[in-house]
Design a protein around this ligand. Structure first.
Ligand code: DC
Length: 226
């Protein structure tokens, strides 16, 4: 039986992962956060003093990084060279390094096969930037999720605050960095963040999480009958 794949793309702080996780649970699909994979590589570059802006150095380091995904109690854990680095990947420093190094084609190549293999084996909801355009062009349902930038920055600020991870960031600095990353993610040469032609646009600025989820479930039902 062919597996059902749902592709969710959009900028950071738009609530993709919250929505995807919750939908995956309701549908019994596997949730795959591809941003976490780029973040895991970024942790390696930071820990090993590799300059994120030096493409040749980053590419030369790739053979030394093995990235695996493990699920524990339904949660995605990121394993870097055998070590669980899940707790290290959500800092601003890692966000920045992941955004910069994900521009390099060799970095993307390293993760692409792994992403596709996972989607072949099971029903998945995968989120990222290029899932509908590059990774899973045949996904049953593609969503491009957006929200107004100020709404996204506020959500990110709250998330950092509530998880006790807020460092020296302010709402202003988060907004500024978010804009820079959005620009970089959308304007890079390889697999930029763009809406796939056949993706459904979902602006959730003024929606509750439940409203957004119900909408996606209704779209899925239309397409799959389930
Ligand atoms: O979704 P995220 O914020 O955790 O992703 C971190 C960075 O990884 C993001 O700035 C761009 C990159 N990324 C990517 O290039 N392609 C993906 N499919 C997912 C993330």
């Amino acid at each position: 039986m062919e597996h059902i794949n749902i592709a969710i793309d959009g900028p950071s702080g738009v609530g993709k992962s919250t929505m995807a996780k919750s939908l995956a649970k309701r549908l019994g699909y596997t949730y795959i956060d591809t941003g976490a994979m780029f973040r895991t590589l970024a942790v390696y570059f930071i820990q090993n003093g590799i300059d994120k802006d030096d493409e040749a150095a980053v590419v030369a380091a790739l053979p030394s990084c093995s990235v695996e995904i493990r699920y524990e109690d339904g949660q995605q854990h990121m394993i870097l060279n055998g070590e669980d680095v899940t707790g290290l990947i959500r800092t601003e420093e890692v966000s920045e390094a992941a955004s910069v190094t994900s521009q390099y084609v060799e970095v993307r190549k390293k993760l692409l096969d792994m992403q596709r293999e996972m989607a072949k084996k099971q029903d998945v909801i995968m989120d990222g930037r290029d899932i509908g355009t590059v990774v899973l062009p045949d996904a049953k349902l593609k969503l491009f999720v957006t929200a107004r930038p100020e709404v996204r920055a506020e959500r990110r600020y709250k998330q950092l605050l509530e998880s006790g991870k807020l460092g020296s960031e302010t709402l202003e600095s988060i907004t500024k960095e978010m804009r820079e990353r959005d620009h970089r993610d959308s304007h890079r040469e390889h697999a930029p963040l763009i809406q796939a032609e056949d993706a459904v646009l979902l602006d959730n600025s003024d929606m509750t999480e439940a409203e957004a989820e119900d909408y996606v479930l209704s779209l899925l039902k239309e397409r799959t009958g389930r």
